[in-house]
Design a protein around this ligand. Structure first.
Ligand code: XLS
Ligand code: NI
Ligand code: NI
Length: 438
């Protein structure tokens, strides 16, 4: 059965195309700085938003029909979702998907029964993967929806709840391995607190790390050789979330000795919620040696919550790709953790969303490569720090000096050399010149 009947296979047609169901920038085989676009970008479909989210919000039920011709909350619906998902990915040329356990099957009352359902759908999806060549970018367990996680999962006050979380992580890892997934994500939506008055923060942090350590040990024991990821987010649903931002998560991973197995999955909208730019989070992950994967979306600063919009802002995709290219690429890929707006409720809109997102990132990649090839920005930064490559700068970096020696040096100078203008406006104009010929 064809689910997206009037929707064609989306192909690259270039800048002159007027076809709304064609890519104008995403040309998977085009080589940019020595790698094809498909290798640089590794786009993934998020099972939850694309096949599950029907547009419900706090004030109203869904507006989109995601039944895919079958009744919700049944295994028949789970299979229909998989069928529709694979058709969608094939039509869009998406080579990867990401999933939560609960996206794949309806949860049963009994967690073991849910596990059986996951085994069943696992077989069904594996067949489809074989037939299409579509791969799994990462899997995860939904440890935030079920009421048992109201006080957290790894960070719950209840050891029983911790064991239920462990059960789900184990099963989600089994599935990820079965799908040959490249990664496994922890997004700690409920790992945080509402008030310190009822919270043992130290125990909660230690236990969150314990769950991750147990996951690493189990994953490695069943042959998972990809990376684990933390996806930082400062708040929402909890008021305070432990994985606030990239810097916090990097420190956490080091403190608990998890830094060899874990990288970071940076989401654009989470960066802005934390009061950072997307690029700041990517750079912070990169300088910590922890840049891993990206949840590609964008927020709306006027709204200020995780709106999960499809990426549209070309400055943002450009500066993201600039950071990614300079960091040498991702271990993961670009997962569209994004959904169409509530009033965009047709199957066509699902296509428009992905075409917008993929083209926005493809153009970002093209632009970022141009900025790198232009070289003026990098040259400026290099020159700005040139003092550290010789003289007293090199001496400080080598570590062979003391505060007394530096004080003596400064006293002899009388006044420091002019540190020079930061030239922000000049650099911003270069960006505009390279992007728009301005
Ligand atoms: C929620 C997160 C979530 C993770 C996966 O804000 O972005 O969707 O990516 O659990
Ligand atoms: Ni996400
Ligand atoms: Ni999010």
């Amino acid at each position: 059965m064809e689910y997206f009947k009037n929707l064609p296979k989306v192909r690259f047609e270039g800048r002159n195309s007027k076809n709304p169901f064609a890519f104008r920038c995403y040309d998977p085989d085009r080589v940019i700085l020595g790698k094809t676009m498909r290798e640089h970008l590794r786009f993934a479909m998020s099972w939850w938003h694309n096949l599950g989210a029907a547009g419900a919000d706090m004030f109203g039920v869904g507006t989109a029909d995601k039944s895919f011709g079958s009744v919700g909350n049944t295994m028949a619906h789970a299979r229909a979702k998989a069928d529709a998902g694979f058709e969608f990915m094939e039509k869009l040329g998406l080579e990867y998907f990401c999933f939560h356990d609960c996206d794949l099957v309806p949860e049963a009352d009994d967690i073991s029964r849910t596990g059986d359902r996951l085994d069943e759908i696992g077989g069904y999806i594996s067949e489809k993967m074989k037939a299409t060549g579509i791969k799994c970018l990462w899997g995860t367990a939904n440890l935030f929806n079920n009421p048992r996680y109201m006080n957290g999962a790894g960070s719950s006050n209840s050891p029983d709840v911790f064991c239920f979380a462990a059960t789900q992580v184990k099963k989600a890892l089994d599935l990820t391995v079965r799908f040959g997934g490249k990664g496994y994500v922890f997004w700690g939506g409920r790992e945080g607190y509402e008030t310190l008055l009822n919270t043992d923060m130290k125990l909660e942090l230690d236990n969150t790390a314990r769950l991750m350590r147990l996951a690493v040990d189990y994953g490695r024991s069943i042959g998972f050789d990809g990376f684990f990821y933390i996806e930082p987010k400062p708040r929402e649903p909890m008021k305070h979330q432990y994985d606030f931002d990239a810097a916090t998560a990097a420190g956490f991973l080091r403190a608990y000795g998890l830094d060899r197995d874990f990288r970071l999955n940076i989401e654009a909208n989470h960066a802005t919620l934390a009061g950072h730019t997307f690029s700041h989070e990517i750079r912070t992950a990169a300088v910590n040696g922890m840049l891993g994967s990206i949840d590609a979306n964008q927020g709306d600063t006027l709204l200020g919550w995780d709106t999960d919009e499809f990426p549209f802002d070309i400055y943002q995709t450009t500066m993201c790709m600039y950071e990614v290219l300079k960091a040498g690429g991702l271990t993961g890929g670009f997962n569209f953790d994004a959904k169409t707006r509530r009033p965009s409720n047709t199957p066509e809109d699902m296509f428009h969303g992905y075409i917008l997102g993929m083209d926005s990132f493809a153009l970002g990649l093209i632009n970022a490569a141009k900025l790198i090839e232009d070289g003026r920005i990098e040259e400026f930064v290099k020159e700005r720090y040139s003092g550290w490559r010789g003289g007293i700068g090199a001496c400080i970096i080598s570590g062979e000096t003391s505060l007394e020696e530096l004080a003596h040096y400064a006293a002899n100078l009388g006044a420091p050399e002019d540190p020079g203008s930061g030239r922000q406006e000049y650099l911003e104009r270069i960006v505009n010149e390279v992007l728009f010929g301005l």
